[in-house]
Write a protein that binds this ligand. Structure first.
Ligand code: NCD
Length: 646
């Protein structure tokens, strides 16, 4: 029996240019055979499973038609709502099981990185038919196939890509491929729908590639016959993201007038947005006027479909409109892909790269992308990051293995010595070493490092600024102030920022109860864990934010970022009637306009000083519980500083 080698196509970059060319040759042959009605048995005995967790017309039906046309067969679930997914089965379990029934899995899923997970857990090859807003490699094969057919080649073409470039997955795969084929890209995003940074970073770092961007109004003036400024990027914003350390960009289109070879129009990805974001004030509407100028007269109009309102129906009869040909190419191109997998994927697999160095999950925060599969299937998936080329000298850049979103951290730690350092380039050698031996830990803030029990690389002189008595007096005073300020205590709830802020929150609640007899609801909030981070305290099962007067508490306020993050998280959970802020220590240096309402002690500090709080710390090894205290010390954070001060 024929078997397909385990070769997954998660990204368009999984295929080399030569392989894509070969697939196009096969697609031409299949297109001709489809014309003659010849029956093929190339995939006789092969079973393809289609797992579509999102709606689809073209991709799914053309994949299924392709398998049937090659003499193979298809198994599918009418809708994933009718499968065990609806009972809460994980993606990993589903693909593990289905790969026992089928030789090939084609998957579409709403979460970014889902195809990567499916590929990791399935025994058979997996083809990504769209994973969240990340990629859609086989649509790109159809797009390139038609574009090349119309223009004769891909190198040097200029393609204007319009619409929702943020969530449009077909766009991302297409740009990666056009970059490799040496084509020029001009993006025409709707406001707020620019190509995401992680895509730009991947293009710049891996392909040395960038593109220009024009606004919708510039496109409009072009459509009105005003040729001025086209392809002269008014705001090459992508470049501005990178510092001088970036390699010289070679593939950006030359400024000045140039003809356009194609418009690639895309739909507003409404389903990837929530609430107000779904309402679009202005969106590209593309019609025949755009093809009237000398620069656009030869351009073909492409669209991955389905269209909504962005593409005029009047264009359908124009020979330059090729979107239905793109859709029709779905069958021969996907036949070619399956045939190529049967013939060649074994050899292609052999070129698999060395396994990447991955940061241990327990040593990293969760991925910041709320749509990352690792956030949704956390029962078995742990966050995984690999190092990405640095853009700044003072940040360590890591990339999520699933969704590619970047995590930039300023603090790194060593898990055995339990020291943390401010990251700078001189640490790179150590960081790689620690990554290899599994001891690298990363922190977004000093607070996070300290809460994890890490000490700065070296401490300077230190002194106690509050002892246990002073701390409990401060708690008493704050409680009394809350009672005086907020007479209707039944509306008050206290939220403490994990971990010391939460200890403080409980103590303030206890004190309020002792002084007033009213029991106040209390919760702990872990700002690094977002939504999942709110834990009711004191035995309660739920905690309300809506319409409550929330007293947010933290041990130390410095820049104010943590408090701001906590406030944003709380607002997403409901609208409080009011918010108050209580802190044990205010050390100044605010970067955001936040002023605490209740302060235990004001301690003006220097920038290189740290305030360390010990509050309710458990006894070590059954010994005596250490007394509460607040210390102030100066710190030496990085190896470089240590060398400089030596
Ligand atoms: C696209 C998709 O699903 O990403 N459709 C397709 O496969 N042709 C484009 C879209 O839905 O906008």
């Amino acid at each position: 029996m024929l078997r397909l080698p385990k070769f997954d196509i998660v990204s368009i970059d999984d295929l080399s240019l030569g392989e894509i060319e070969r697939i196009f040759v096969l697609a031409d042959e299949f297109a001709a055979q489809l014309e003659t009605g010849e029956r093929l048995r190339i995939a006789d005995g092969i079973i393809m499973a289609t797992l579509f967790y999102e709606p689809s017309t073209r991709t799914r039906l053309s994949f299924e038609a392709a398998a049937h046309r090659l003499g193979g067969s298809v198994i599918s679930s009418a809708s994933m709502d009718a499968s065990s997914a609806a009972k809460g089965e994980t993606l990993a379990d589903t693909v593990r099981v289905v790969s026992g029934y089928a030789d090939l899995i084609v998957i579409r899923h709403p979460y970014d990185g889902a195809a990567r997970v499916a590929a990791d857990y399935a025994r058979c090859p997996v083809i990504n038919a769209g994973d969240g807003s990340r990629e859609h490699p086989t649509q790109t094969l159809c797009d390139l196939y038609i574009l090349r057919k119309k223009k004769g080649h891909l190198r040097g073409l200029t393609v204007a890509i319009c619409g929702d470039l943020k969530f449009g997955r077909t766009v991302h795969s297409l740009i990666y491929a056009l970059a490799r084929f040496g084509a020029n890209v001009v993006t025409v995003p709707n406001r707020g729908m620019e190509v995401p940074d992680y895509v730009l970073a991947r293009l710049a770092v891996e392909r040395n590639y960038s593109f220009s961007t024009v606004s919708l109004s510039e496109l409009k003036s072009l459509a009105g016959g005003l040729d001025a400024m086209y392809l002269t990027p008014s705001a090459p914003h992508q470049m501005a993201l990178f510092t001088g350390e970036m390699p010289v960009i070679k593939s950006a289109p030359a400024p000045g007038p140039a003809a356009l070879d194609a418009f690639y129009v895309t739909r507003f990805q409404r389903e990837r947005r929530t609430g107000q974001e779904r309402e679009q004030a202005e969106y590209v509407h593309f019609d025949a006027r755009a093809l009237k100028t000398s620069r656009t007269a030869e351009a073909v109009v492409m669209h991955p479909l389905p269209r909504t309102d962005e593409l005029a129906y009047e264009l359908d009869t124009d020979p330059r409109a090729v979107y239905f040909e793109q859709a029709a190419a779905g069958v021969p191109v996907r036949m070619a892909l399956i045939a190529w997998l049967l013939e060649n994927a074994g050899a292609a697999r052999a070129r698999a790269a060395a396994p990447p160095l991955i940061l241990k999950a327990e040593n990293a925060p969760p991925c910041s992308n709320p749509n990352c599969i690792s956030r949704h299937e956390s029962r078995y998936l742990r966050p995984r990051f690999k190092p990405a080329p640095a853009v700044s000298r003072s940040e360590l850049c890591l990339r999520c293995e699933f969704c590619e979103r970047e995590l930039k951290v300023q603090y790194v730690g060593h898990a055995r010595s339990r020291r943390y350092y401010r990251f700078d380039e001189s640490l790179l050698g150590y960081v790689r070493q620690w990554l290899e031996d599994g001891t690298l830990v990363v922190f977004e803030t000093v607070k996070q490092a300290e809460e994890a029990g890490y000490e700065p690389y070296r401490r300077g002189p230190q002194r106690e600024i509050m002892n246990a008595d002073e701390i409990s007096r401060a708690v008493e005073t704050i409680a009394a102030q809350v009672i005086r300020d907020l007479p209707d205590l039944t509306r008050v709830s206290v939220v403490g920022i994990v971990s010391h802020g939460a200890v403080l929150a409980m103590r303030i609640c206890e004190m309020i109860e002792r002084q007033s007899g009213v029991r106040i609801p209390c919760a702990a909030l872990d700002v690094f864990r977002g939504y999942d981070g709110l834990q009711p305290l004191g035995g309660a099962h739920s905690f309300e934010v809506e319409d409550r007067v929330i007293v947010l508490t933290d041990d130390v306020i410095n820049s104010g970022w943590t408090v701001q993050r906590a406030m944003t998280t709380l607002w997403k959970m409901g609208r409080p009637a009011a918010m108050r802020l209580a802190v044990l220590v205010d050390r100044g240096h605010r970067a955001v306009p936040i002023r605490p309402n209740y302060v235990g002690k004001n301690v003006p500090t220097a920038r290189n000083e740290r305030v360390q709080v010990r509050l309710g710390e458990p006894a070590e090894d059954g010994g005596v519980k250490p007394a509460d205290r607040v210390m102030l010390y100066s710190m030496v954070e990085s190896l470089k500083e240590a060398a400089e001060s030596a």
